[in-house]
Design a protein. Sequence first.
Length: 249
Amino acid sequence: MNRNDDIFEGVENVVDVDTSVKNVILNDAPLITSPEWSDYVMSLFEEDELINGMPISAGLRRVAELVLGPIVDSGPLQVFPPKEDHDHGRATVMWRVEFANGTRYADVADSWEGNTDENFCPYTVATAATRAEARSLRKALRLRKVSADEVTTKDTTPYIKANLNKKDVTEGEYEDKHRMTDPQANFLDVKLKQLNVDGKKFLKDMFKINSVNITKSQATAAITRLNDFQNNSEEIPENILGYKSEWRN
């Protein structure tokens, strides 16, 4: 025996180690469409993966792979960093997660001084990215609970009042301030292109609105509908297919 053999005695050869994903989900787990599903998934989180009962992003990644299988791709689709002296330093990130079974989930999140704790305000892009990833994962897991990364301990009342005070202008000016934002428009464009959907027809048929005058709230509703279409592409009406880049004009 080589004199160094005793050093490795009892050490398992790496080729004999089973590194495959284990099926540890209980056989009596509820169906994903069951009302009990969300509570069941929450029971899979470890104590250090929860803050005040809300899952953190690291826990969401682990449980998502445990329940839905390996994540093969996860990253930002589009990033809108803060503009100098504009919109309170708001950063917006669109994130998508893809699993080995081919299912994909995407969502968008933002971070600015009004919804982010002071310690994280200097890192609005990173915070928005973490939030968007967490939103995508909890959507995939069909959780009825927000993630810890999406909430703030800050008192948001002063920021809400400040926005309400913007009504001290003419009605027309106030409406202008509530038009669809550039990040929303860019996000919609990405989704419409991915799904090969005609933006004008989509907005007219689904929401009875003109793409030129779309508001923030209408844009949010449109983004939600497109996210639903992404998860169930067979539900897209044939008459709205055919992406056109000039849909905003």
